[in-house]
Design a binder for this molecule. Structure first.
Ligand SMILES: [Zn+2]
Length: 265
């Protein structure tokens, strides 16, 4: 609760600091949202982080808080048996050479006095320029996130062509954007508009494993659930889907090059 910024309203007293859901105690952390109107909730292994705008009325804050808590409760009810994984974002270090999908990248991280941090791609060099005055932890996080995004721009076309190939061969759905996400929470997702989101970590998995995630998400353009029909479709396209997906579960901790994962030691 300490990160409720001093310029905001005082922390409303209706907010609990712990909640019991499915016999598990979660700590609740409430913080001020960046937006003036939109609040959001994030679920961690044993914490629920709620961000609420400070400029809305107390009643609106209360309503938003209840709504966000209800959303988490509903999610946890639905995913009762699913283990919750902490985020696993790949971390990059300075002077690191990495091979990603057959390409070689060298990452250089420089601190500058400038106000904004940015990444520049020059051939196979990813040069990260960090703004001044960042703590070591924050600088590492920002540098890694800029590196992930820069590398994503280079490798995204490979993912897009793979999605298009499987789609034209087996699904023939109208596909939205294909994006590489770096939030490290799931391997893929498919939106209502058939936008296919794939996790950046997949760049470090073998092609056949990436394909399994792509086939899974494409099958959601036909069945928006995990029904029997959905799985029949997945297995008709990829009979060895299960083995490929198993590789991912067993090797996910090895997918980070060199510097490991953010927040996971
Ligand atoms: Zn699914």
């Amino acid at each position: 609760m300490k990160d409720w910024a001093p310029c905001s309203l005082p922390l409303p007293d209706f907010m609990q600091d712990k909640i019991l859901i499915n016999d598990k105690l979660y700590e609740i952390e409430v913080a001020r949202a960046d937006s003036d109107h939109v609040g959001y909730v994030r679920l961690k292994a044993d914490r629920i982080i709620i961000k609420i705008p400070s400029r809305i009325s107390r009643q609106e804050q209360f309503d938003m808080y209840r709504k966000l808590i209800a959303k988490v409760e509903k999610y946890l009810q639905r995913h009762k048996n699913r283990e919750f994984h902490e985020k696993a974002k790949i971390r990059f270090c300075s002077n690191q050479n990495v091979e990603i999908m057959g390409r070689h990248f060298s990452i250089y991280i420089n601190e500058t006095g400038s106000k904004i941090s940015k990444a520049v791609i020059e051939g196979d060099a990813i040069k990260i320029y960090l703004s001044g005055g960042l703590s070591k932890e924050k600088a590492g996080g920002i540098a890694s996130s800029l590196a992930r995004r820069a590398i994503s721009r280079v490798i995204l076309p490979d993912f897009v062509s793979r999605v298009e190939q499987f789609n034209s061969q087996f699904f023939r759905s109208k596909i939205g954007d294909v994006r590489l996400k770096d939030n490290g929470t799931n391997w893929g997702s498919c939106s209502g508009k058939n936008a296919i989101n794939l996790d950046f970590r997949l760049a470090f998995a073998p092609q056949g494993v990436r394909d399994a995630v792509i086939v899974h998400e494409l099958a959601h353009t036909v069945h928006r659930n995990h029904s029997e029909n959905f799985w029949n479709l997945v297995y008709s396209v990829m009979p060895d889907y299960k083995e490929r997906r198993k590789w991912l579960s067993e090797n996910k901790h090895r997918l980070a090059p060199g510097c490991g994962f953010e927040g996971i030691s």
